[in-house]
Design a protein around this ligand. Structure first.
Ligand code: NDP
Length: 361
């Protein structure tokens, strides 16, 4: 089945990382995830022989697979299931109170990758029945014009979620524009008030950032116990690592965070029952870093050169997959793991927002 040759995790592989703008690269590559789907199945990876999208009885560091192979956490299948659930809820809401959830995107400039992401998002909205709105502004638009669009969507009752597609042109103050998004419609969950509430005990954020939310959702859907477990999050970015650590802590895990200045990351990682890697370093976490039976969520999406691939590159995660799946009890593949969950969580946040605004249970 697999035509993709999964190369080893040697340093020569990592040195051939293709450098793309991280944020825009992520979005561009999300499309590639879909395109590469056929080439990378669980069976194609050699060692990870069990693949399941259905909840499985509690996996933990104590339940290493008897075959010596990790369960593949199928993010694509889980994301589809979630989208099906959202479709049902969207239509129930429409039938009961006549409201259709709406997601608005503001796209400034003509970056191809951003346009692709916006197109994919619109497709995802269409597939579940969420209405999508879009404003496209020229690269040389003023910040005031963008703020005017944000304000228009803030006031529009048919819009329940607002996304400002990043990156914005360099002459604009990104923070200023993001802060203008109404907290009630901040479906990305990046507003400081949402992050602050996420960090505080007894407080609830209105929205949780989509990628970390998707990571935790995968653990839940696979019945992976979090409470009392030792978790290590590698990476502390505002959009993934930091909120992922906060979420794990809220679920009563004992959490360590590894960043670029951490000494002995291998030793710390080896203590973890659950590892979430969001670094942006291809194959950084080797098999020897992993405690037998650990559960691994690999957020990384790294393009590495591959002359045998049609596009000249392929995607790998932050975890050395072929080593890790011999040690771990469960692992997400790249692609097909966390990536599809991110967009599913965006749709979920938009539905939640519409329900909250219209007080619909
Ligand atoms: P950032 O570059 O914003 O953050 C990377 C983090 O990793 C930083 O905290 C940095 O530490 C840390 N780091 C970098 N190098 C090392 C190292 N050698 N050892 C330990 N820690 C290190 O990246 P993002 O959080 O935005 O993204 C991370 C990865 O996840 C990327 O591959 C990205 O493409 C992918 N991604 C995937 C998504 C999906 O939907 N699947 C969505 C978003 C991102 P420090 O803080 O000290 O600089």
């Amino acid at each position: 089945m697999a035509s993709l040759m999964f190369t080893d995790c040697s340093s020569s592989t990592t040195s051939r990382l293709i450098h793309l703008n991280r944020r825009s690269g992520t979005f561009l590559l999300r499309q590639c995830v879909g395109q590469l789907r056929l080439q990378t199945t669980a069976s194609g990876r050699g060692c990870c022989i069990r693949s399941s999208s259905s909840p499985i009885s509690a996996i933990s560091a104590d339940t290493k697979s008897s075959e010596g192979a990790a369960i593949v956490i199928d993010g694509k299948a889980v994301a589809k299931k979630i989208r099906d659930e959202i479709t049902i809820e969207v239509s129930r809401m429409k039938e009961s109170i006549g409201v259709i959830p709406g997601l608005a995107v503001i796209l400034v400039g003509d970056r191809k990758d951003s346009a692709t992401y916006v197109r994919n998002k619109k497709k995802a909205c269409d597939s579940v029945g969420i209405k999508s709105f879009e404003v496209r502004l020229a690269e040389d638009s003023s910040e005031e014009e963008v703020l005017k669009s944000v304000s228009g969507f803030n006031d529009d009752p048919s819009v329940h979620g607002i996304l400002v597609q990043l990156p914005l042109p360099s002459h604009m103050d990104e923070q200023n524009i993001l802060n203008a998004v109404s907290i009630e419609k901040d479906v990305d969950g990046f507003h400081p008030l949402n992050i602050g509430r996420l960090a505080m005990r007894g407080r609830e954020p209105l929205f949780v950032p989509c990628t970390p939310k998707g990571c935790i959702e995968l653990l839940h859907r696979y019945n992976i116990e979090i409470k009392g477990k030792r978790a290590v999050v590698i990476g502390r970015s505002n959009i993934v690592g930091m909120p992922a650590a906060l979420l794990l802590q809220r679920e009563d895990a004992t959490v360590s965070i590894i960043h670029s200045r951490t000494k002995n990351p291998e030793e710390i990682t080896r203590e973890a029952d659950i590892i979430i890697a969001a670094v942006g370093q291809p194959n950084m976490v080797r098999g020897s870093w992993i405690k037998p039976g650990a559960v691994i969520i690999d957020v990384g999406i790294n393009p590495v050169e591959d002359p045998s691939a049609a596009r000249g590159y392929r995607l790998v995660g932050d975890i050395c997959y072929e080593e890790a799946c011999k040690v771990a009890s469960a692992i997400t593949p790249v692609p097909g793991g966390v990536g599809p969950m991110t967009i599913a969580m965006l749709l979920s946040n938009t539905l939640t927002s519409a329900k909250r605004i219209h007080n619909f249970q």
